[in-house]
Design a protein around this ligand. Structure first.
Ligand code: 5GP
Ligand code: ZN
Length: 143
């Protein structure tokens, strides 16, 4: 498969490794937005986060947790993290092998919160929120 992250897993493309286990690999982003900006990926190709099984996603987040602790323990001046996955093109995903970004943060680094990424003008009406909640908790054959 012509996937750059699969090629990183196979060693065909080099990376600066941060962590590895049976299911996941973590390496530094080639164009970091913060010192230690790391991506955690499943070794088995999955185009996007929602294409993984719950078990695969759990394994990936076990690695995300370990890498997060490692970044906070070992990098100086890191006092927080922003963790996220752009999922599909409309959310900004450019490499179609799912990856969780971990951005080390510190006071005054000029970065925003997740709320600064997505902040559309949508209804805050409790009745409307209730409808969305009911839709999402109703029986769904896929979940
Ligand atoms: P996305 O926009 O899909 O969430 O993020 C893709 C990320 O992959 C970008 O931050 C980009 O810098 C990074 N990236 C793209 N190609 C490579 C590569 O060959 N090696 C590494 N280490 N990072 C890459
Ligand atoms: Zn891949």
């Amino acid at each position: 498969m012509d996937c750059i992250f699969c090629k990183i897993v196979s060693g065909e493309i080099p990376c600066f490794k941060v962590y590895e286990d049976e299911n996941a690999l973590a390496f530094l982003d080639v164009a970091p937005c913060a010192d230690g900006h790391t991506m955690v990926i499943p070794k088995k190709h999955a185009g996007a986060f929602v294409e993984m099984t719950p078990e695969e996603a759990g394994n990936l987040f076990e690695a995300v947790n370990k890498v997060s602790v490692r970044l906070m323990d070992k990098l100086e001046n890191v006092t927080g993290l922003t963790i996220g996955a752009n999922t599909y093109a409309s959310a900004g995903q450019t490499v179609m092998h799912t990856h969780i970004h971990i951005f080390p943060r510190c006071e005054g680094d000029g970065g925003g919160t997740t709320h600064s990424i997505v902040n559309s003008a949508v209804s805050k009406d409790p009745e409307y929120l209730k409808k969305i909640s009911e839709l999402l908790t109703s029986e769904n054959e896929n979940v």
